[in-house]
Write a protein that binds this ligand. Structure first.
Ligand code: DP6
Length: 418
């Protein structure tokens, strides 16, 4: 057939989905095929106006096989986790078709999938979470699956564990569940982005060419070799989940910050407790931890009940050296000013690319005061270019449907693709 010929019958949807960064980390699987975790986790969904995956799915009886393009490059549709997700979604559609003869037999059609991340791989952010969340959300839309978002999150979990938390906006927990079939291991929204407004995130991308141990292999090594992980799973995380949910419900930033930093620290401790040990933090990461600790120490005081108050910012690190800082909007300019003073940009790093939105915030910073504060704390400046870039974003909403029209403006597939 003519390449440009419009296909006779088709259905199409384009969606976008956000990135999430955990404050109680998922690290360890009890079932590696179904991606069932050894502990529950909790994350904040980042604003997809800044960072997102976009996915178009087009279904047609004319497509003889399924195909997928990631960032414009065709990839293997038979990759294990991807094909698990696709066959599960088709199975759910087929069940609906069997119950209702009027439904179009979409489960028998081929699908073309195109997915694109608007953030560079060099940003060091896991693209699998937003990518699989977007794919499963788009599948639920194109197949009109009569399942709720938590059930969609179980599909996303089969692609990548942390992806299940990107099906919701705001503050999201992944309940580890207890069942062997994984039917109770799903994501639930704890609070929306509007329940606790003004939560900002700064991602400090750290220069590092080294290839880290991937999350999948790294966490199994920890499961197999770390004694400390057992303590974490049994004794620490269950209480921490409750405390974190309470902190979020009460918009208690002090408790939020304490738990977030403690959990990041413990995650990296269980990595070090693995054999061979896994190191994700580098010298710049450690310097960021020192800076945040010193900055908080300036304003922390203990109230009569013994609770520490006055935290300004919390750090957290995933399976790599990049820092993610969470803070309330009122402290964004101060934190950014301090970071930019201590980790200055190199002149060869282009201002627009390096700062993005953070540039506007920095314009209102009193640099002389920042220098005084940092010098007063005895914090030394790092060589220019120690960071690769700074991404300023906030907590945002869950997946969006961008279009349900064939070959729409939003579509990542063109008519030429068929
Ligand atoms: C450190 O979800 O990438 O970011 O389930 O094997 O795909 P797989 O792993 P992945 O692990 C994420 C680990 C983490 C912590 C977290 O996001 O909770």
């Amino acid at each position: 057939p003519n390449k440009k010929q419009r296909i006779t019958k088709s259905k199409e949807v384009t969606c976008s989905a956000p990135v999430n960064i955990a404050v109680i980390k998922y690290w360890g699987k009890r079932n590696t095929a179904l991606l069932l975790p050894t502990n529950s986790s909790l994350s904040l969904t980042l604003n997809q106006d800044d960072l997102r995956s976009t996915t178009t799915i087009r279904a047609s009886p004319d497509f003889v096989s399924d195909r997928i393009w990631l960032n414009g490059k065709e990839e293997n549709i038979n990759a294990k986790r991807l094909s698990n997700v696709l066959s599960k979604a088709k199975e759910l559609r087929k069940e609906m078709e069997e119950k209702d003869a009027d439904l179009e037999k979409l489960s028998e059609w081929g699908i073309y999938i195109a997915s694109y991340n608007n953030f560079p791989t060099a940003a060091g952010l896991a693209s699998s979470a937003s990518g699989f969340a977007c794919l499963t959300f788009a599948l639920s839309q194109i197949y009109d699956l009569s399942i709720n978002l938590s059930q969609v999150s179980m599909l996303a979990r089969l692609g990548s564990g942390s992806a299940c938390r990107s099906l919701f906006g705001g503050f999201v927990k992944w309940e580890m569940g207890t069942k062997d079939d994984g039917s109770d291991s799903l994501a639930i929204q704890v609070a929306s982005e509007t329940d606790w407004p003004g939560m900002e995130a700064l991602i400090l991308v750290v220069s590092d060419a080294r290839k880290d141990t991937g999350s999948t292999e790294g966490m199994q090594l920890t499961v197999e070799t770390s004694e400390l992980l057992k303590h974490r799973i049994e004794k620490v995380v269950p209480q921490r989940m409750l405390d974190m949910e309470k902190a979020i419900a009460e918009k208690d930033f002090d408790s939020f910050a304490e738990i977030t930093m403690a959990d990041s620290n413990q995650f990296h401790a269980v990595c070090l407790d693995s054999y061979p040990p896994i190191f994700y933090l580098n010298d710049i990461s450690k310097a960021v931890i020192k800076v945040i600790t010193a900055l908080n120490a300036r304003s922390i005081h203990t109230d009569p009940s013994g609770k520490k108050k006055g935290y300004k910012v919390a750090y957290t690190f995933d399976a790599g050296p990049n820092a993610v800082l969470y803070m309330q909007r009122e402290h964004l300019s101060e934190v950014l000013g301090v970071i930019d003073y201590l980790f200055p940009r190199k002149s060869t790093q282009k201002v627009g690319e390096y700062y993005g939105k953070a540039k506007e915030v920095l314009e209102n910073v009193d640099k002389t005061n920042v220098a005084k504060v940092c010098d007063g704390l005895g914090l030394k400046q790092w060589p220019k270019g120690s960071l690769t870039r700074i991404i300023s974003t906030s907590v945002g909403d869950g997946p969006r449907v961008l279009s349900k029209e064939y070959d729409s403006e939003a579509s990542l597939l063109t008519i030429d693709d068929v």
